[in-house]
Design a protein around this ligand. Sequence first.
Ligand code: BGC
Length: 745
Amino acid sequence: MKKIAITIAAMLAVVISFAQNKSTDEQKVGALLKKMTLEEKVGQMTQVTLDVVSTEQDGILDAAKLKKAVVDYKVGSMLNVTHHALTVGNWDSVITQIQDETKNTRLKIPIIYGLDGIHGQTYTLNSTLFPQSIAMAATRDTALAAKAAHITAMELRASGVRWEFAPVLDCGRQELWSRFPETYGEDVFIGKTMGAAVIKAYEGNDLKDATAVASCMKHYIAYSASRTGKDRTPIYLPDIEMREYYLPQFQAAVKAGSSTIMINSGEINGTPVHASHYLLTDVLRKELGFTGVAVSDWEDIERLYTRHFVASSPEQAVAMAVNAGIDMSMVPSDFSFYDLLIEAVKKGDVSMSRIDEAVRRILGLKIKLGLFDNPYPEAAAIANFGKPEYQQVALDAAHEAITLLKNSNNILPLQKNVKVLVEGPSAQSITALNGCWSYTWQGNNAQYYSADSKTIFQTIADKVGAANAITTTSKNFDDKTNYDTAALRAASANSDVIVLCLGENAYAESPGNIRDLALPDNQIALAKVAASTGKPVILILTEGRPRFITSVDSSMKGILMAYWSGKKTAEAVSDVLFGDYNPDGVLPFDYERSMGEMVLYDRKPTEDIREVFNDNISGGYDPLYPFGYGLSYTTFEYSDIKLSSNTLTANDKLTINITIKNTGTRDGKHTVELYTHEHFSSITPNMKRLRAFQKVDLKAGESKTLTFMLDKNDLAFVNEALKTVTEPGDFDVIIGDKKATFSYK
Ligand code: BGC
């Protein structure tokens, strides 16, 4: 009793101190706002890129340009690098000079600096690179994703940076999209849960901590849904679809406490999101209750005039975006926003109260981050950079991501005494293992990667000995030698097995646009020739999106999806190949067969069962490898599903138990996924929806009983009136090959 009383008292104390801090912060903001001129306020809303204050040399600032930005234009925020990652020491000096310059302004308001730490701290040399989000989703290990995010936060803060432009919460339902690798894949629930966990890990309990950064959920909203898959091209999206598949991740992120949000550069139904009062104010603020800072994406306010043609002048573009609800403009290459917004306010096109609202949010964030107390890189934060134990987390994450798609006649794991021919463009490429946002924006410059980064060829040689690992490839993904089928054929004579490394070299955003998801012909040719040698071929796919392999799938003996799994991709691939790690990754998307059949796992009934006119294509859902698929070197068996009741009511919870047994001879981890399916509903039901997952670690022969809970919210969908509802009816609970049914009343 006493213990409970003490705990309640402690909790109350935290709540009271939180409330007190909040009100003192608000008072501070109010007091500062009163002193500020219009110019100072608009300066706070202006964000420029590092180029604007830099010399030609990376990491070296230009004193006159810095003064112009900070003192003359009073900018509140900066971002990015000039070309590539800097050292922690360079960052220390850059951030220190910038904050020093703010001391020459009237109100000495610190700058907030932001960077993209997409899968680790992109822009600091020797930072730890983790799997891209698509690969993190394959781990189905939310705690591991959070661990990686926490390290990313520490390495950002160690670089003097307190604003993280992540996580990407765009739902990956368009596999052509060049930013697909930055997503958690096609499922809403994974995006919601991993996104929220990662946000909490970035932000910690207190943004003042030397381990915390402000997160930025992005890119609000439906950026991933472009019709053609080309980056920043039109999206046509009915509200019902937006609310069912794209909004819940942001809703969960707001609840998880994300401090900031970045806006989708594209247009939805003809309205650029940067100009949408409905999305930026009505939905985001009024419906979701978001109170943090909304920042534009790169140059996107100006683009309302130059690219979207909804504003007929640059000044109208600025007024439109700020009135719609944008608080800060990532201008980022000049001061046009500053000049134009001042003009717009003076003309009465933007109200002073809208400006005050935006600035209040920006100042509030700076206070919460402790920038007013000490804006400089902190010694305690710097000490957290590059700790050796981070490498293990990177390896754990890569291990758990790698997804075994095929293992004919248990060809894997390989023995360590075989002679291996390692071929294909990613056999000796580092960049094709890491992908976008890796020390440079595109991630395709190997020169900036840490010296101890390994290639797949190297890690295979580590397993079988240098004499038993052969390759005819070179390090550069695009080198002609990597596509030389004659050289491959000749070298195969001297090998027992061919490990063929195909996929995609690094790309980010528009440079990653493609017209076809099929693997390029020169890679397919390699696979065909490799198979024709008669040697068994193991295909390793290092890629950000599922490029079609349908034409060669049947001739491969083993297939490993490696994604872009970061610094330790090669180690993880070889550990799986040689049985030092038992694979447990599962697909976070459907690995489709062809462009004509892009049907997702949560398909509608008429996508699943078509009218049978042409029998060849009557079954609509027929991916090469389905969502949730991934093999292991052991086997797992599920007991029947036990439900606590056959009915669920509005105020109830349904308890679901299932026992999993490792029936093989190896220890292994396994993801248990719980899906539901409603038999009939007013909006056509999905064939399946993922509602929960848990990952278990089972020794050979071991069993564990898992418990899941569902309530009515887990069964809800968006109805015709755009309301999220749960309708009475019968539901299946599906776990693996087991099914049970209950009624919601
Ligand atoms: C991207 C954002 C990113 C920003 C700053 C933009 O091009 O769309 O995701 O945060 O650049 O680097």
